[in-house]
Ligand binder design. Sequence first.
Ligand code: NCD
Length: 320
Amino acid sequence: MTFRARHLLGIEHLAPLEITTVLDLADRYVDLNRRTVKQSDVLAGMTQINMFFENSTRTQASFELAGKRLGADVMNMAVAQSSVKKGETLIDTALTLNAMHPDLLVVRHPSSGAVNLLASKVNCAVLNAGDGRHEHPTQALLDALTIRRAKGRIQRLTVAICGDIAHSRVARSNLILLGKMENRIRLIGPPTLMPAGIGEFGVEVYDDMRKGLEGADVVMMLRLQKERMDGGFIPSEREYYHRYGLDAEKLAHAKADAIVMHPGPMNRGVEIDGDLADDINRSVIQDQVEMGVAVRMACMDLLARNLRLERGRKIVGTMV
Ligand code: NCD
């Protein structure tokens, strides 16, 4: 097994072989999760702390379930009731928790780069559950697993990522992952929601959905991240849906067997038609949620193995 990372901060630092290692192991956890008895002891005796400084449904729930199914002691820090509200800095909070000897720290934060900074201050494994508009590595990995299971491969596919690219860490992590695995990537959305200089990334950029979807194998929709906008990015939601919202008519321009993805939370009638999102013949949105738990189990399992190795070496080192 090839997975050398000490933390999971972004896809940027992963080699294609490490990505495949996560996906292969996650496939095995999908099988475990479908059993009635889902328990494993891979993280037995270890402590996992989840720190979410931004709202989350899927990501927090699946990290919690993943840790519990692997036998870890899982604590969710209630940020809203914590000393963060009294002005304690992120680093002070992290150092306080670090002193309680967690083994895995799962962090979501609104500032890009905050999780990397935190990882440099603690001596446990840190998993980035989304930092600002920077990275969301477990989302890209679960998307990759969903695609690989639906299409039979994660290479040589045409993937259209549509909507609010500029504010999306999901888009950024997916771009990096899909690029590393040699796929053809198209970004579709209004020019106001495209990151500056995106042309240099080796992707094709469209502002017309029908043209951009032509021949796509995978159609990935994104939410308008209004919390990261300061107004004026789109004329109105109605107009946006008309031009960029995915419905059956626009999807007909993609390949006949194209799959529809969305990381959630979805805004029905804004970026996607509700009936299409629920159409189990086209939409793999619920599969993404299922893969999310398995991928997070795989990531924590691999990081815990590296942590044990590292600590083992240290103990041997001091004894000699
Ligand atoms: C995404 C996120 O938080 O970046 N959601 C998720 O993790 N499933 C996307 C979003 O908030 O739109």
